[in-house]
Ligand binder design. Sequence first.
Ligand SMILES: [Cu+2]
Length: 119
Amino acid sequence: MKALAVSLATAALLAGCGGSSPSQPSGSIKVTLTEFKFDPSTISVPHGKVVFYLVNSGSVQHDMAIRDSSNNQMDKSELVSAGDSSVFTVNNIAAGTYTIYCTQQGHEASGMKGTLTVT
Ligand SMILES: [Cu+2]
């Protein structure tokens, strides 16, 4: 009984600390962030509203930003701590080819980028 009480207290502590870790919304696209890549790194979606579900399975903070072919940053997720997840909603994206990348120092250069094709 004592062991159970301890494990419940630990679970409550874990749930209460750190950032938010929402579950995956229906219709969202799950993207796993690690050092240093997005999985999948090639994503194709219809234009309009796109919801990404970012899961950081790495050991440092990551985010996901989107830039267009003119190198303008269109949108950016919040920073996702290691072990956390985050919902990243892009409300009105037009058809085109975009680059997804992590804005953390050195991550894109290390390979943390990909292609977002919007049709
Ligand atoms: Cu990163």
